[in-house]
Design a binder for this molecule. Structure first.
Ligand code: NDP
Length: 398
């Protein structure tokens, strides 16, 4: 069996983008995939993008930072690869008609290109969870209207996607998202207050981009994933639980009403959920690392500590509130994480900034708008901009 697909990767230079190209190279070498790359896009890393484009020969390579367009063109001169620059060009790349589009831009910047790809009816492999948080119902509706498919790449949602029996969706009692607990799982709040950028970036199990690594340390990542799961699997907030599982072997579970719980297991390697999304509903033969449970020995679990990790409760509240709250929470979090990475605020200030931003916007009546109507992108962007403005005020007052 050979999986044949034309492929576009949005965010090819990031952690997920690189893992995707690595997996595709492995599968092609293994003889299980034939791949034509249509477009590759990046934010600012022009050297890595040019290197990828020289190797994979896409039709188009796009750099989102318009100031780097000339550099990209120079780097790819004579290669036969067309180049373009700027956010509009990223959307053009997304809409070029690839069979399979990996959505792996980080943050709400991924929303517009992901929607553009969804309108083509492509299979969307969704790593960019923020686009679902910002405009989940609209994105899913766009995929449905275009007769496309959206396959989650986040390992937890890939796990649920794999064990959710389509005929028994209304027999689900609970979705259980596992979480490693991040680098501060055992830290006191006092210790977390003084955590450095380097300590927060040092995830124990996964090697990921900076933003999601910080989200894992605050556990906002699990909060975002709760909202992602609610939209993807049409499940209310009170039927989604979080379970700390430090080994990251069980990627998530579905508990059914008959008391049976199904789980998906695998090594902590993002190429596994990417392979699942690439070949679905088939399974991709590639030289994957196999799970050796005897060597692992034991798997452990504990309940999350909501006092030390308030981001989980913030996300649950935002999900329950609905409207613009998840989108505003996401924007405030992106602003606060950027401030922490710039060493402008302390670690505990991240969740505090998100909480304060949501409170101020709620008091001003700014969390009511939804993002599920026509024009969802515009509505989502308005909320994103106003939440970032409020968050900037909060950050300035710290
Ligand atoms: P990275 O930061 O490693 O990569 C992000 C990618 O997006 C890069 O290609 C980057 O370009 C590009 N980019 C950044 N800003 C913009 C912009 N404004 N416009 C266009 N492109 C931009 O992130 P990850 O790969 O870790 O994560 C990507 C997404 O996948 C996130 O939503 C994350 O939550 C999700 N995810 C990641 C996992 C992981 O293991 N890494 C696991 C599960 C989900 P450049 O390199 O030039 O900066």
């Amino acid at each position: 069996m050979t999986v044949r697909r034309s492929v576009t990767i949005l965010g090819s230079t990031g952690s997920i983008g690189v893992s995707t190209l690595d997996l595709l190279a492995e599968a092609v070498a293994h003889g299980s995939a034939e791949v034509e790359i249509i477009a590759l896009t990046a934010g600012r890393n022009v050297e890595r993008l040019a290197e990828q484009a020289r190797l994979w020969r896409p039709k188009l390579a796009v750099i989102a930072d318009a100031d780097l367009g000339d550099t990209l063109r120079d780097r790819l001169a004579g290669s036969g690869v067309q180049t373009a620059a700027g956010p509009e060009a990223v959307k053009t790349a997304a809409a070029m008609g690839a069979d399979w589009v990996m959505s792996a831009i980080v943050g709400s910047a991924g929303l517009a290109p992901t929607l553009a790809a969804a309108r083509t009816g492509a299979i969307i492999a969704l790593a960019n969870k923020e686009s679902l948080i910002c405009a989940g119902p609209a994105l899913l509706e766009t995929v449905r209207k275009a007769n496309g498919v959206l396959i989650p790449v986040d390992s937890e949602h890939s796990a649920i996607f794999q064990v959710l029996q389509p005929d028994c969706r209304d027999r689900v009692a609970r979705l259980i998202l596992t979480a490693s607990g991040g680098p501060f799982r055992e830290w006191t709040r006092e210790a977390m207050a003084g955590a450095s950028r380097e300590q927060a970036l040092a995830h124990p199990n996964w090697s990921m981009g900076a933003k999601i690594s910080i989200d894992s340390a605050t556990m906002m990542n699990k909060g975002l994933e709760m909202i992602e799961a609610a939209y993807l699997f049409s499940t209310p907030a009170d039927r989604i639980d979080v379970l700390i599982h430090p080994q990251s072997v069980i990627h998530s579970l579905v508990e059914y009403q008959d008391g049976s719980t199904l789980a998906q297991l695998g090594p902590p390697d993002m190429r596994a959920p990417i392979a699942c999304a690439f070949a679905w509903p088939d399974r991709l033969p590639w030289p994957a690392q196999r799970l050796d449970l005897a060597a692992i020995g034991s798997l452990t679990f504990q309940a999350p500590d909501l006092d030390r990790f308030p981001a989980i409760s913030l996300a649950r509240q935002a999900l329950r509130a609905g409207g613009a709250a998840p989108n505003a929470m996401n924007a405030a979090n992106e602003a606060a994480v950027a401030a922490f990475l710039d060493r402008r605020i302390g670690f505990l200030d991240i969740a505090a900034t998100v909480a304060e931003t949501l409170e101020r916007m709620d008091a001003a009546g700014d969390l009511i708008a939804g993002a599920n109507a026509d024009g969802a992108l515009e509505i989502a962007m308005i909320t994103d901009t106003s939440a970032r403005r409020v968050a900037a005020d909060v950050l300035a007052s710290l």
